[in-house]
Design a binder for this molecule. Structure first.
Ligand code: 173
Length: 314
């Protein structure tokens, strides 16, 4: 009798450690399934799932076919999904602070050390019911792409496709703007509804926009941010071991973001080969971009704006 009880207890213990508490987290992406951004996440999810048996699994549900990109933030906030791969600009409907992630000038390991990630989590917890996990795209500036030539940083008379990333800057330079999801850019260009668009240095080939793009304006500005964010209640429901396991994989992935440097060099070459010409402005153009963005970020968030500026800037 005692032997059986002991065996059952041992079994229960083993099950508790290994299998009984495995949790599966549902992941959606604001970026399309077949793009570089999702392809970059896939090996990470595969590795995590291989090592996480009995602990934690990620179930990738899909991209914009599963959920409109600008809805992903709210779906994470409310717990409709557990994790979103998205960018702050896509959930400014929740809080204006989200868009400030594009202004981060430090790599992940420095932002974790200087308190930047702690600040993000204070804000994200409080205002968005989200836990900020980590960044999956870094070292990647945004650019203005055009179908028409310009010879000075004056966008008067141009209609440009934007998201909140570019809105204030392009408007400050005189442009008329129109917000669209990435999936609508090609048609807007094709129909001549817009004369250009904002987008990172990488990725335009994923959508065939190179076919409609004649010019890229250099230098780039800000830093394209795509991150994993998690529903806060779900995060809190994880055990310490599950949190540690998840964060170990996310941070390892974040620390591999240098890989984007090569992707970006390749895309610059491909853009040149596709006949996209470079229009070059000076550093004042970039300084203006940051000035406009921080001024507005601080206006929109008088409490957190200055704190973010201090910890996000070089
Ligand atoms: O242009 C966009 O759709 C946008 O805001 C963005 C943000 C981060 C990465 C890629 C695009």
């Amino acid at each position: 009798m005692r032997k059986i009880a002991f065996a059952l207890a041992a079994l229960g213990l083993a099950a508790g450690q290994a299998g009984a508490q495995e949790v599966t987290l549902r992941v959606v992406s604001a970026f399309a399934e077949n793009t570089t951004y999702v392809k970059n996440l896939e090996p990470m999810m595969k590795k995590l799932n291989a090592e996480g048996k009995g602990v934690l699994q990620l179930n990738f549900i899909g991209g914009p076919k599963a959920m409109p990109p600008f809805e992903v933030g709210n779906a994470v906030r409310t717990g409709v999904v557990d994790i979103g791969m998205t960018t702050g600009a896509f959930y400014t409907n929740i809080m204006p602070e989200a868009d400030a992630l594009k202004l981060i000038q430090l790599p992940g390991h420095e932002l974790r050390k200087n308190g930047g990630v702690d600040l993000i989590n204070r804000i994200w917890n409080e205002k968005a019911n989200m836990q900020y996990l980590g960044r999956v795209i870094d070292y990647t500036p945004f650019h203005l792409y055009l179908t028409k030539k310009i010879d000075k940083p004056d966008l008067t008379g141009l209609k440009l496709r934007i998201t909140p990333v570019y809105r204030d800057f392009f408007q400050a330079l005189g442009a008329t703007v129109m917000q669209t999801a990435p999936g609508e850019v090609y048609t807007a260009l094709e129909r001549g509804v817009v004369d250009g668009y904002g987008w990172p240095i990488n990725g335009i080939f994923d959508f065939n926009w190179h076919e409609k793009t004649k010019f890229r304006v250099d230098p780039g500005f800000y830093s394209a941010e795509v991150s994993l964010v998690m529903n806060l209640d779900k995060w809190k429901s994880l055990s310490a071991a599950q949190k540690e396991f998840l964060m170990r994989h996310v941070i390892a992935h974040e620390n591999a973001n240098d890989s984007w440097k090569k992707v970006n060099e390749d895309d610059i070459r491909k853009q040149a080969a596709a006949g996209i010409q470079v229009i070059r402005f000076d550093q004042k153009y970039v300084d203006r971009a940051y000035d406009v963005a921080w001024t507005n970020a601080i206006k929109a968030s008088p409490t957190y704006g200055p704190q973010m500026r201090k910890l996000f800037s070089r």
